[in-house]
Ligand binder design. Structure first.
Ligand SMILES: C[S@@+](CC[C@H](N)C(=O)[O-])C[C@H]1O[C@@H](n2cnc3c(N)ncnc32)[C@H](O)[C@@H]1O
Length: 231
């Protein structure tokens, strides 16, 4: 099968792509027993014992291609729900034989909610998430209290959520969430830090994703933060 992004080439995910539809179904009792629905995704890698990072909405996989080389002893899972992007990114990992990256075709909110085991992620990356600018679509934004509850659950102790957006209204929405989740009396809680560029970011870049490179040429400004699990 060929896709628009593939320019006529046949895309092949090989062992680098996993599709949620091929995973075992959720158990019938997953609501009363959510722990029974978890999948140990670390087992998808040759070295499951290594630190594990996850990127939500990886697009064409550029951040993962770049950053995985700087952290060869870390496993990275990219989750992407647009099939065309997922297939392109998984094929890219296979062509480059990037053994410490896997791509998953899934809805990241659902996957976090049901499948990711508690306390296994050292860093969760969320770069240029879809802003859903219309008020009636705000409920589709990735950043929600329910999402933050799951982020806190899946992060290991002192694990980090790293976020960057170009969208000012979405940034204001995120800041409201961060203020609540970093308040001294909030439980569970995060501590907030300034965003630190990954080693793979190029000159003048914040992260160096495809969308960032597109938006730079439009003169947009970027905002980001790190939220570290506090307890
Ligand atoms: C604006 S793009 C940014 C892509 C990439 N992070 C970048 O900066 O180039 C947002 C990406 O998130 C993906 N996405 C949005 N919601 C998602 C979800 N619930 N689960 C997985 N991927 C999602 C979209 O398909 C899209 O590829």
């Amino acid at each position: 099968m060929s896709f628009g992004l593939s320019r006529g080439r046949t895309l092949d995910s090989g062992e680098f792509g996993i599709r949620a539809m091929n995973l075992p179904p959720l158990p019938d009792d997953c609501i009363s027993n959510p722990e029974g629905a978890r999948l140990d995704v670390r087992g998808w890698f040759d070295h499951p014992e290594r630190p594990f990072e996850l990127e939500i909405g990886s697009g064409k996989g550029t951040f993962l291609v770049q950053q995985s080389g700087h952290q060869p002893d870390t496993n990275f899972l990219g989750i992407e729900y647009a099939h065309e992007f997922y297939a392109y990114a998984a094929d890219r990992m296979r062509r480059n034989q990037i053994e410490n990256v896997r791509m998953l075709h899934a809805d990241a909110s659902e996957f976090l909610r049901w499948r990711v085991p508690t306390g296994i992620i050292s860093v969760l990356h969320l770069y240029f998430p879809d802003p859903w600018p219309k008020s009636r679509h705000h409920k589709r934004r990735m950043m929600q209290d329910a999402f933050m509850t799951q982020v806190h659950r899946v992060l290991e102790s002192s694990g980090e959520l790293r976020v960057v957006t170009d969208h000012l209204d979405y940034w204001a929405w995120m800041e409201e969430h961060f203020a609540r989740w970093c308040a001294p009396d909030h439980s569970p809680r995060f501590d907030r830090f300034e965003f630190a560029r990954p080693e793979s970011a190029g000159d003048g870049e914040v992260v160096g994703t495809n969308f960032e490179r597109k938006y730079i040429t439009e003169g947009r400004t970027f905002n980001g933060a790190i939220l570290r699990r506090a307890d």
